[in-house]
Design a protein around this ligand. Structure first.
Ligand code: ADP
Ligand code: MG
Length: 690
């Protein structure tokens, strides 16, 4: 039951171009009739029973449905304007309280009319009451539903009533033909598709409600199995398709690699060795690698990428490294050039801010193949960039790029060949989630930090204690250390954010006259940015005031103090990235999270998580828990999740069954494969493949 919608006459606002219903459905992933049919309830409400008001009162707290006649209806002001309706049955009376209501509702609620209301009954100051119950006007003796009422995942502007109607309509149109034969079903012990779907949309009142809620009912099991089967089929097909694509094998781990490793001032960690071996093996294949390299901030992904690039170059091909910001691209360029130039490797550098001449030069070096290693920002994906013989694409901080951007770069290979692709990310996606969202992706994990790092100590500090924080920065600087001071994120206004950064800079410069304070933000020209960064790297600047431009990748090992203002405004992964700018050298590092109280529930949880752990995987898990997978990955990253009903962890036994059947069907029964994928993925499959 839903709260009555306000009547049309009252909402006569000027029309603005609203999304059509079709667009709203599409946002929920509902396009074809089968999409509608497979839009299954997330829970159910039991409206099959009416409880007397006295019994409802005794139950207290839980959801109940009551029915009674209106004895009073008032608009009251205490303190907010509200509609207060008293209803009574033979046993007691209950107050219904509405804080948002329309004039039409007041008229509906005439004394003597009969209302069926559903909500939590509480004992308020004026007796038993329901705040904002779902309700409808009924006649005496109006029939009760015989099935549980489904509640669907809904979106803005799509009510339950509209959804239910659309789904019912679609159910009368689709082809119910089971994708699995009766023989298969009985062998697997599964229920039929049509019966399962219909039961889930309209469960009979006597069904085991617990098993419905828990997704353990046989009808759910069938849905989960089907979904997992579609996932396994699509995964296996994507793998096969990738193996059928040609790529240049990059087999040479030769002199360059050896010389590179010799020149490094440190040895690789075991984790770096392990992932390097995985990547080296992939690069030797003549089909394209598609590998995600995950490793916490500071775990040393760059060197692994450099070694992969060296292998490509040793094998006679070009490698490209794309980074999401100019600062990061420049830093990579310098670092890699410093490592690789002594080996005689020529690199080129391309960003949007190059002067025309410089750009033309870079483009020609790339096109002729003279530049063996190319580093840059998304400027690299432009049409004008053509490679002579691109063998390897590395995308740093890959979650910062859209699927389309990554694809474009991958399409710049030698004709007919797809370059190998290595994506790097410090935002760890729990493995199960990665499998759920990416159809075909190998994952390597660096799960160890280089030795000699002292753990970062993180503190939460009320911003009223700013003076103490400034004193601390001062002391650290006198001690030869350096600090970042990150300005608050102001999402609504870039201008305001800039203003705050400038203000903070002036404030700190004044408070710390014997230190050099620098300022870096997104509006600076790249050359100016670089000037400040260089001064910071050389410790000519001790305190660097920064906006979130330094969020990813920046590596200045001598910096050991990080102050983040208004830390409560940042997301967990952003905080983790920012904090990762310190703790890169041997000095003990400190991160101070300045916050403005009082803290809201999730903000507090975020900051406490930061205080408790520096483990990126742990933080990612917490982030996932606080935000849910859709937001966690971001829509543009994930497309639509392939798994809506099954859970890779708790439904492992179903995964195994589905995997076995997928292999069998791919070998012996392609029509079933087609039918099943079509039903469950429709056009979504293409998207999941990139
Ligand atoms: P991230 O994984 O966050 O991209 P970087 O590649 O920037 O990390 O590495 C962080 C720092 O650790 C760099 O200064 C790098 O030179 C250093 N580093 C990387 N690997 C090792 C290692 N095996 N031993 C010591 N220092 C290392
Ligand atoms: Mg990095």
């Amino acid at each position: 039951m839903t709260t009555a919608t306000p009547s049309k006459t009252e909402k006569a606002r000027p029309a603005k171009p609203a999304a059509t219903l079709e667009q709203k459905f599409a946002r929920l992933g509902m396009r074809s009739d089968m999409d509608f049919v497979l839009h299954l309830p997330m829970r159910y409400e039991d409206e099959t029973e009416i409880v007397s008001m006295r019994d409802a009162s005794l139950r207290g707290g839980s959801m109940v449905q009551i029915e009674g006649v209106i004895t009073e209806c008032d608009i009251q002001y205490r303190p907010r304007r509200q509609l207060v309706v008293t209803i009574a049955d033979d046993t007691a009376q209950v107050v219904l309280r509405f804080l948002n209501f329309y004039g039409s509702q007041t008229k509906q609620m005439a004394v003597g009319a009969r209302v069926r209301a559903r909500g939590e009954l509480r004992h308020g100051f004026f007796g038993a009451e329901m705040v904002h119950p779902g309700y409808k006007m009924v006649n005496q003796g109006a029939a009760l539903p015989t099935a549980l009422t489904p509640v669907y995942p809904a979106g803005e502007g799509v009510s339950q009533t509209v959804l239910r109607k659309a789904i019912l309509q679609a159910m009368s149109k689709v082809n119910w033909q089971d994708t699995l034969s009766p023989a298969l079903l009985s062998r697997l012990g599964l229920d039929g598709f049509e019966a399962s779907v219909k039961l889930l949309h309209n469960p009979p009142a006597e069904v085991d409600q617990y098993s419905l809620m828990e997704h353990s009912h046989p009808a759910w099991e069938r849905m989960k199995f089907d979904e997992l089967l579609a996932q396994q089929l699509s995964l296996k097909r994507a793998q096969a398709a990738r193996r059928n694509k040609g790529a240049t094998a990059l087999p040479v781990v030769g002199e360059l690699s050896a010389a590179f490793l010799m020149n490094l001032p440190f040895a690789l960690t075991q984790a770096q060795e392990r992932v390097l071996a995985e990547i080296r093996a992939d690069l030797k294949q003549d089909y394209p690698m598609q590998r995600l390299l995950q490793g916490d901030v500071g775990s040393g992904k760059t060197i692994v990428a450099a070694l992969a690039a060296v292998q490509a170059i040793d094998s006679g091909f070009q490698a490209v490294l794309m980074a999401p910001t100019e600062i990061l691209a420049e830093q990579h360029f310098r670092k890699l050039a410093q490592w690789l130039e002594p080996l005689g490797i020529k690199s080129a550098w391309l960003t949007g801010s190059l002067k025309k001449k410089e750009k033309e030069l870079a483009l020609s070096l790339i096109a002729s193949g003279e530049a063996q290693l190319v580093i840059g920002t998304h400027a690299l994906i432009q049409d004008t960039v053509q490679f002579a013989k691109l063998g390897l694409v590395v995308v740093d901080e890959q979650h910062r790029f859209g699927v389309g951007q990554r694809l474009t770069l991958r399409n710049k290979g030698v004709a007919g060949q797809v370059p190998h692709q290595l994506m790097m990310s410090a935002t760890p996606i729990p493995r199960t989630l990665a499998m759920t969202y990416y159809a075909d992706l190998e994952v390597s994990v660096i799960d160890e930090l280089p030795p000699g790092r002292t753990p970062i100590v993180t503190r939460m500090v009320d911003q009223q204690r700013r003076e103490e924080v400034i004193a601390r920065v001062h002391a650290a600087a006198l001690d030869g250390k350096q600090a970042y001071w990150v300005c608050p994120l102001i999402e609504e206004s870039e201008a305001l954010q800039l203003q705050t950064a400038t203000d903070t800079y002036s404030m700190l410069a004044e408070a710390l006259p014997d230190l050099r304070v620098g300022l870096v933000h997104g509006k600076l020209k790249p050359a100016e940015k670089q000037l400040v960064m260089d001064a910071f790297i050389r410790n000519e600047v001790q305190v660097l005031v920064a906006t979130t431009v330094i969020e990813v990748g920046v590596d200045v090992p001598n910096a050991s103090l990080m102050v983040i203002e208004h830390a409560e405004r940042f997301g967990l992964s952003q905080l983790h990235q920012l904090r990762g700018r310190v703790g890169r050298g041997a000095a003990a590092s400190v991160c101070l999270l300045l916050y403005q109280g009082p803290l809201g529930g999730t903000a507090k949880q975020r900051l406490m998580t930061m205080r408790e752990t520096t483990d990126g995987f742990e933080i990612a898990r917490k982030d996932l828990e606080l935000r849910g997978p859709g937001e966690f990955l971001g829509a543009r990253q994930s497309g639509e999740a392939m798994l809506r009903f099954a859970n890779l962890e708790t439904d492992q036994w179903l995964v195994d069954k589905a995997r076995a059947l997928a292999i069998e069907l791919l070998q012996h029964d392609l029509p079933t494969v087609e039918a099943h994928l079509q039903r469950w993925l429709g056009q979504k499959e293409e998207f999941l493949r990139v």
